[in-house]
Write a protein that binds this ligand. Structure first.
Ligand code: DLL
Length: 432
């Protein structure tokens, strides 16, 4: 079973647009009537629900930001009475007060469907055993994929993140075939398996569904090689639903947005205007079928591109690229824009593992950039001249790709902190 819901996943553009228009119009009316913040925003920008007749009119609507959700904390954006809400999740993000989102039973059903689509797209069936090593709890990762895995009929293993030794025991003893966790935890599991002498290539494990944090194509290749699996991407965010907003198919060439439930726009972050397919911009999402927590034109701060080109898998949903960074994690070092993903690409292309940290500071008026990365275990040495030769070589490679000088510090394998959830790659001391 390659598709979970074949008809909608392969619907024509006209059919998709018709569904989107109908749901958008309804959502606008509903939130105008039920959410004071939206009513005020729309009134302030001179739009009324009757102005929105189809998705063509979406640009008339005001944006929503994370700050709006903080300002209405905890339940100010909910559009149904409390008695209809059957689940709450929350996200704190990297800074600031947490935000709370809610789901009706119908919302949870849709969430399970979209995660089931994601699992089916990577070839999972009810014959599979799925180890869910995303965190369970207020984070949407664990319970989100859990709902999809159960909906598809897979034997679902709700192990949550952490306790790596137990993860490896379960993986072997239960004959796990699909792993779900963050890519950085996937790498850590691979590394730990190797240390324990477990050859994951000999296990039934054959695919992984990784997301919740940025990862590069180079990291994908490493995970595939070290775990002996196919590694697929899955995207989502708490404000819109959780995991499953977009999902990769076997083509591994962009993530299909579940367009019957979410409208994606790519905008120029400065002007707020749409940019054409293939051009980079900020990703904006509207959730058009959610009951408890509908959201319109949410500015994700993720940067990506979309394409409407046909995908070889037969799905017609628009594809988004891996997010290439965030408008708020782009570092500006001496005036040059640097994304952590660029650093990761250079490291992995040069034989290093994705165990690194980027340290930014300011000496006097000058920004400093340092990349601490572990020696590849097989190249570990205590010879000072060799260490400085390797550091210089990597620093040159970084400079030529980033356009700004970086100091490289090679550190002992195993000393950069491992993550069981989202890895913390950047320490920017300038803001402290
Ligand atoms: O991370 C939901 C999720 C759980 C997605 C499990 C996939 C798998 P939040 O904690 O609200 O929700 O974080 C959302 O994480 O805006 C992106 O910046 C980042 N992100 C999520 N998926 C990906 C991905 C979950 N596949 C934020 N690639 C988003 C890159 C991702 N970044």
């Amino acid at each position: 079973m390659k598709y979970y819901q074949y008809e909608i996943e392969t619907a024509s553009r006209d059919e998709i647009s018709a569904i989107q228009s109908e749901r958008l119009v309804k959502t606008v009316r509903r939130i105008y009537d039920n959410v004071p913040l939206y009513r005020k925003r729309m009134e302030d920008s001179g739009v009324c629900p009757d102005d929105i007749k189809s998705i063509e009119d979406i640009e008339k609507l005001p944006f929503t930001s994370k700050q709006d959700l903080r300002d209405t904390y905890p339940f100010g954006m909910f559009a149904v009475p409390q008695s209809e809400v059957v689940r709450l999740h929350a996200s704190s993000g990297t800074t600031g007060k947490q935000i709370v989102v809610g789901y009706t039973q119908n919302d949870l059903d849709i969430w399970a469907d979209i995660c089931a689509r994601a699992l089916a797209a990577i070839g999972a069936t009810k014959e599979d055993r799925v180890q869910i090593a995303y965190g369970y709890g207020l984070f949407t990762g664990g319970l989100g994929i859990h709902g999809g895995s159960q909906r598809l009929g897979c034997a679902t293993i709700p192990i949550s993140s952490g306790n790596t030794a137990r993860q490896l025991t379960v993986m072997q003893d239960f004959g796990v075939s699909v792993l779900a966790c963050t890519p950085s935890y996937g790498m850590y599991l691979a590394e730990s398996a190797k240390k324990e002498g477990i050859d994951t290539n000999k296990l039934p494990l054959r695919a992984g569904i990784f997301g919740a944090e940025p990862w590069t194509e180079e990291m994908r290749a490493q995970i595939e090689k070290s775990l002996g699996i196919k590694a697929y991407d899955i995207y989502g965010l708490t404000e819109i639903m959780g995991p499953g907003v977009a999902y990769e198919c076997e083509c591994q060439n962009g993530m299909h947005v579940n367009e019957d439930h979410f409208i994606i726009e790519i905008i120029d972050p400065e002007t707020g205007k749409h940019v054409p397919d293939g051009e980079k911009g900020e990703i904006v999402f509207s959730a058009i079928s959610k009951e408890a927590f509908p959201i319109l034109r949410f500015r994700t701060k993720d940067i990506g591109v979309i394409t409407h080109e046909k995908c070889a898998c037969g799905r017609t949903f628009v594809r988004m690229s891996k997010p290439m960074g965030r408008t708020d994690d782009m570092l500006i070092i001496r005036g040059v824009n640097v994304f952590p993903s660029q650093v990761e690409t250079v490291l992995l292309q040069n034989g290093y593992q994705p165990n690194y940290q980027i340290l930014v500071d300011r000496e006097g008026l000058l920004d400093t950039l340092e990349v601490a990365v572990e020696f590849p275990p097989e190249r570990f040495t205590d010879k000072v001249s060799e260490i400085s030769r390797m550091e210089k070589e990597l620093a040159n490679k970084l400079k030529s790709l980033l356009g700004v000088a970086a100091k490289v510090s090679l550190v002992t394998p195993g000393t950069i902190e491992r993550s069981e959830g989202k890895a913390k790659r950047v320490v920017d001391k300038r803001k402290l």
